[in-house]
Design a binder for this molecule. Structure first.
Ligand SMILES: [Zn+2]
Length: 252
């Protein structure tokens, strides 16, 4: 088996390049027909017989998209036992921060705020884990706005890119995007990734301000500023595993 020549950049035509999960297309000489499976890691593997065109692969995946998405949700739900909640600490490798979570108690709805360097106080006891999760998520989003907003601005300055504005959101399915109007959206879950990976994603989105596609020229642009982009892209596709379960989970 070898990696399908069309590679991941062809997959971008039908699958959102920045979407969650890992997609691999393999050519197998023994395969008689196209098959797809979802592995426990959440990785989607499409096995294709020799001499199948990228277009055929696209069509095949389109036809099975619903099944794939359903399967991936299932796998994601069962993949890993949820981390204990509330977490004792929150690590944000993107900016090298580690926050100890202190349950401060007190009246009112739960809210999270930094009360000392590296100390995140979760105040307020009215409400259960659900409200506490919301408080942590709000804090994470705020931290993302600051950290990622600054990182994007400085990366753009350094490399000579321009963008209209940045928006940071908590999303399940994509790490970033760039609109035709030049708005760059970033996922606050990037905070759980290594700085090198985050930088790659920033460069990826900034490159979209010049190329609104995943063409060869787009990737050349990315490579100019981030030669190691392939490995970093793979790492990012797997990055959902580094996101703690309280960020999306609904369990108690
Ligand atoms: Zn892209």
């Amino acid at each position: 088996m070898k990696l399908f020549d069309a590679g991941v950049s062809q997959l971008a035509l039908w699958s959102d390049r920045d979407a969650a999960g890992e997609w691999v297309v393999r050519e197998s000489r023994r395969a008689r027909r196209l098959t797809v499976r979802v592995l426990l890691s959440g990785r989607v593997e499409v096995v294709v017989p020799p001499r199948v065109s990228a277009r055929q692969v696209q069509r095949f995946v389109e036809q099975h998209r619903e099944w794939i998405e359903r399967k991936r949700l299932e796998v994601r739900r069962h993949a890993r036992p949820p981390d204990p909640f509330p977490p004792q600490q929150i690590e944000l490798p993107a900016c090298g921060e580690v926050w100890r979570v202190h349950l401060a108690g007190g009246p009112g709805r739960p809210r999270a705020r930094a009360t000392a360097p590296g100390l995140l106080s979760l105040c307020g006891t009215s409400g259960g884990p659900r409200e506490m999760r919301q408080a942590l998520r709000a804090w994470l989003l705020e931290r993302g706005r600051v950290v990622l907003g600054e990182a994007l601005a400085s990366c753009a300055r350094e490399l000579g890119f321009e963008y209209a504005r940045v928006s940071v959101r908590r999303q399940r399915s994509r790490w970033g995007s760039c609109s035709v109007r030049g708005t760059i959206s970033l996922n606050c879950c990037l905070l759980f990734q290594r700085p090198e990976v985050v930088r790659y994603l920033l460069i990826h989105e900034l490159a979209h301000t010049r190329h609104m596609n995943h063409s060869r020229r787009f990737w050349q642009c990315v490579a100019r500023y981030c030669p190691d982009y392939r490995a970093l892209d793979r790492e990012l596709l797997d990055g959902w595993r580094r996101v703690p379960s309280w960020v999306f989970g609904e369990h108690p």
